[in-house]
Design a protein around this ligand. Structure first.
Ligand SMILES: C=C(O[C@@H]1C=C(C(=O)O)C=C[C@H]1O)C(=O)O
Length: 232
């Protein structure tokens, strides 16, 4: 869609005459259509001065005085180059080699992450047997990363969330295991005539979490202690 309107106050050919005239381009009102009054050239007086001519001429006047850069697609059409699209950026066959980050319009494309077999799970290096036996289609169709395209954000987010769900499940299992071990200690101490809470030991736990994780680490440790021995 063409960038008609906006703050320039200029009028596309399809808008009614009440919308105003472009600054510096107002001429005589068109006898056949009041919408053409902003066209410099007189209408209806000579060959070619048809309503269609008025529209085209008005459009050209508008484009010439447009305040903003045209979208790439429109610029290409005006330059009659839209039948010869530029070739896509070629992927460098060398592993890890950089590809062109310039788009077809010459603008810099969004940065892309380096190609990896698994963009999320960095600890897994195993390849599945099917991957080893299935013929690769890379020769026919390069991967989006190799072609210089940005990775699919939906896919990246979906895979990363799956990984977070796995980690959370492991963390919850570990917290439950910690609660059971702590409970054993507390019952043993109480059975021996001691107290449930051991403050100096809790200070050690708090210091360890703060040293590793900072202030929020202290909060996390206090939550773990509360889960393990209850509120004091
Ligand atoms: C488990 C113990 O007992 C209580 C629970 C603690 C914990 O869950 O880490 C720490 C100190 C005590 O308040 C212990 O003394 O080690």
């Amino acid at each position: 869609m063409l960038p008609f309107g906006g703050s320039s106050g200029r009028v596309p050919p399809s808008l009614p005459a009440t919308a105003g005239s472009p600054a510096g381009t107002a001429g005589r009102a068109c006898p056949t259509d009041a919408r053409h009054r902003w066209c410099r050239r007189p209408h209806g007086t000579g060959a070619g001065h048809t309503v269609r001519h008025a529209c085209v001429h008005g459009l050209l006047v508008y484009l010439w005085h447009r305040p903003v850069r045209l979208p790439w697609v429109v610029s290409r059409c005006l330059n009659n180059r839209h039948h010869t699209p530029p070739p896509p950026p070629r992927a460098d066959p060398r592993p890890g080699a950089a590809v062109s980050r310039r788009g077809p319009d010459g603008r810099r494309a969004a940065p892309t992450a380096p190609a990896r077999s698994d963009p999320v799970n960095t600890t897994s290096t195993a390849t599945t047997p099917s991957a080893a036996t299935t013929p690769s289609t890379d020769a026919v169709e390069p991967s989006p990363a190799a072609a210089g395209a940005a990775p699919d954000p939906e896919r990246v987010i979906g895979e990363a969330r799956g990984r977070i769900d796995e980690l959370d499940a492991r963390i919850i299992r570990l917290v439950r295991e910690r609660m059971e071990v702590s409970s054993r200690i507390q019952h043993a101490r109480i059975a021996a005539g001691g107290r449930r809470v051991h403050l100096s030991r809790e200070m050690e736990v708090l210091s360890r979490f703060r040293a590793e994780l900072g202030g929020p680490g202290t909060t996390l440790a206090m939550t773990l202690l509360e889960l393990s021995r209850g509120r004091v």
